[in-house]
Design a protein around this ligand. Structure first.
Ligand code: PBG
Length: 329
């Protein structure tokens, strides 16, 4: 027999019906929360599947409008371009990064000409898709040189800005590059080109499928631990973000996503700046393969994406960005 002493406060009361659950929801997803990564490949009429990333493709530039039309129709605010560079064009200094007819440059020109400002374009600033050793910068005895690498990254940034890139995203983790890139952008008149810093980027095994997608996986010598962050650390994440804000970053990113929700929250609690989460390739492949095998229900995708918002992310880079409705149902 329930007595009057029994708690009259019942949290399940507001969970009872769908309308009530919707009424009190604290977080939700909209298309404006998403950035869609797109992989590029040379040639024509190509939609090439990627073994390690089921449902993700490499596109030749002549077929890009198919993907970009879709992104705009779904009201995604931005796409991110990543090239699969012909191995013959790779060398130890990543020369191809500075070729104004490389895949990324061609794609930016094509998209800007056709779509103007209907959608934002984000491009990585780093050398790994272009180097024969798969590292993000110049290599000297297995160590990635900081200041020498920055000199090339400045040129890569200027070139991409000149082509029409809206948001430059240095993903290289060199010290001091945000300041140098901001200064040279301003000096050359690109005062409105934004910088999204991959400020907190961990040396992670979750990047494997991406490296396969851009063709650097089998080339990569060693690991990236002498420049990307140690995943045992979080105080250091605060220092990285503090520096990048001071140097002029407009937005900062935490990467990978799901294993680093604590870091997203830590950064959001400490800084009033847009924080983006990158649900990286390994997270995507884990989820997608498990769903494909029927091991877990596809709704896990929505659950993980909401967790980024709950942690405080303003937006999410996700390979699911153009297929959200499959998971929202
Ligand atoms: C390049 C870069 C990487 C990713 C984005 N930009 C890989 C790396 O640093 O090795 C990973 C994205 C993903 O795994 O989805 N510096």
């Amino acid at each position: 027999m329930i007595t009057g002493k029994f708690p009259s406060l019942r949290l399940r009361r507001s969970r009872k019906n769908d309308w009530s659950r919707r009424l009190i929801e604290e977080n939700n997803l909209t298309p404006s929360d998403f950035i869609l990564p797109i992989f590029l490949i040379e040639g024509t009429n190509k939609k090439q599947s990627i073994n390690s990333m089921p449902g993700v493709y490499r596109w030749s530039i002549d077929k890009l409008s198919f993907v970009v039309d879709k992104a705009i129709k779904k009201r995604l605010p931005m796409i991110a371009l990543f090239p699969y560079t012909n191995p013959k064009k790779k060398d130890s200094t990543g020369t191809e990064a500075l070729n104004e007819n490389n895949l990324v440059c061609k794609a930016i020109r094509f998209i800007k000409k056709r779509y103007k400002n209907e959608i934002g374009i984000m491009c990585d600033v780093a050398l790994d898709p272009y180097t024969s050793h798969g590292h993000d910068g110049l290599l000297n005895k297995n160590y990635v040189l900081n200041d020498e690498t920055i000199e090339i990254l400045i040129k890569q940034s200027l070139l991409q800005a000149e082509m029409g890139c809206d948001v430059l995203a240095p993903s290289d983790m060199m010290d001091g590059r945000i300041k140098k890139i901001r200064q040279s952008l301003d000096k050359n008149g690109f005062i409105n080109t934004q910088i999204l810093s991959y400020a907190v980027k961990y040396a992670s095994s979750f990047y494997g499928p991406f490296r396969d997608a851009v063709g650097s996986k089998n080339l990569l010598k060693g690991n990236k631990k002498n420049y990307q962050m140690d995943f045992r650390n979080s105080d250091e994440a605060i220092r990285e973000v503090a520096l990048d804000i001071k140097e002029g970053a407009d937005m900062v990113m935490v990467k990978p996503g799901l294993p680093y929700l604590d870091i997203i929250k830590l950064i959001k609690d400490n800084y009033k700046i847009p924080v983006l989460a990158y649900q990286v390739s390994g997270e995507y492949s884990l989820l997608s393969n498990s769903i494909k095998k029927g091991l877990i229900d596809k709704h896990v995708v929505l659950e993980t994406l909401i967790s980024f918002k709950r942690a405080g992310a303003n937006a999410i880079i996700s390979y699911y960005a153009d297929r959200l409705e499959e998971f929202l149902k």
